[in-house]
Design a protein around this ligand. Structure first.
Ligand code: KG4
Ligand code: ZN
Length: 338
């Protein structure tokens, strides 16, 4: 079965065709970064309008690249939430319209389940069970994953998500949008050890996170300097190390608590080089395996949605015909499949 995947939850229009036996046939992404850059963040209405402009041409292109015609598609998977409601509605409407016209099912996919399953698209995918660290612009969650759809949130951010903390701190340092990759790049030039940032909530038991205090710490630290490029790089270095260390500490704690030996790290921040290096190193030392998506599938994409939808469709799952879009949608509410 070929599944067409559609991702429009935020500022990337992503489309892919995934085949249940052969894997990923084609995928493409249209990034709206240039549209939102001058505003320093995502403008929801502009995001929706651009999805309207880009989605159909992108579907045509990806289906051509996958050498598939409408008659070859067995189902359509679309991101139903969480995300920006206007942006979600564009993907959902197009998915349901095409599904109705082609006489095939449309299946609603949870965006964070898409991220969680992204490493399944790699040559050595993890087997169940595992702990997943989901780190994106909107979410920071540790999840116990016992199987497809069997998710239990172990801990999450009480305030800013990790990606959001990167973005907001980047703004304070005068870096453009999106801030995460820009801050990570500046941090490479920083002198380690000049500033020491706290590792929030690691001194008490539990698996929740809090990153908003690091913003204040950034501001007060910056105020003690001349705010030269080197000062900013040193602050970026200390900030990045604090976020990454905090995430690594909680991952180890979650693995210990579950008694699992496999860790999946996904979502935009999983593209962070320091985090990948540290987790690779710690996993070798402590004898567990860590799985990441390839870099282009860390951030939002259509491939992870096509994959997640396919796993649900091959079990014969049928969603009701109405359009489903949920800006808020806890991962634990998903039904198990299989
Ligand atoms: O998963 P994603 O594409 O979108 C959401 O679902 O939110 O994640 C985007 C987030 C942004 O906050 C971005 O700054 C962050 O991921 N990000 C990074 C890096 N690449 C993307 N943060 C730190 N280091 C990176 N290399
Ligand atoms: Zn995402």
């Amino acid at each position: 079965m070929n599944v067409l995947g559609i991702e429009t939850s935020c500022d990337e229009t992503g489309v892919a065709v995934f085949n249940a036996q052969r894997g990923l046939l084609a995928h493409a992404l249209f990034s709206q970064v240039a549209i939102h850059a001058e505003y320093g963040g995502v403008v929801p209405e502009l995001a929706s309008r651009d999805h309207v402009r880009k989605l159909i041409p992108l579907i045509r292109r990806v289906m051509r690249e996958a050498a598939t015609a409408p008659g070859d598609i067995g189902g359509i998977a679309y991101t139903a939430g969480p995300g920006l409601i206007g942006a979600l509605l564009v993907g959902a409407s197009v998915a349901h319209s095409l599904a109705w016209a082609w006489g095939i099912p449309a299946v609603a996919v949870h965006h964070m389940e898409g991220h969680l399953l992204a490493p399944m698209l790699e040559p050595n995918p993890p087997s169940y069970p595992f702990v997943a660290l989901l780190v994106s612009g909107g979410h920071t969650q540790l999840v116990r994953v016992e199987g497809l759809g069997l998710y239990q949130t172990l801990g999450e951010s009480l305030d800013d998500a990790a990606g959001e903390a990167f973005d907001k701190t980047a703004k304070m340092l005068g870096l453009g949008y999106p801030g995460g990759p820009a801050l990570a790049k500046l941090a490479e030039l920083g002198v380690p050890g000049r500033f020491k940032f706290p590792r929030p909530m690691t001194d008490r038991p539990g698996l929740d996170f809090s990153f908003s205090g690091l913003k204040t710490h950034t501001l007060t630290t910056l105020a003690t300097t001349d705010e030269s490029q080197q000062d900013k790089a040193d602050v970026a270095q200390a900030f990045q190390e604090a976020v990454v260390d905090t995430l690594v500490i909680k991952c180890r704690r979650a693995l210990q608590q579950c008694g699992y030996k496999r860790l999946v790290v996904a979502g935009g921040v999983s593209a962070n080089r320091l985090m990948r290096e540290k987790l690779d190193q710690v996993s070798k030392e402590e004898g567990y395996q860590v799985f990441f998506p390839r870099l282009e599938f860390c951030t939002d994409n259509g491939a992870m949605i096509a994959y997640a939808g396919c796993q649900r469709l091959i079990t014969g799952r049928m969603d009701p015909p109405e359009i489903r879009s949920r800006p808020r949608w806890p991962l634990d509410e998903l039904e198990p499949t299989g």
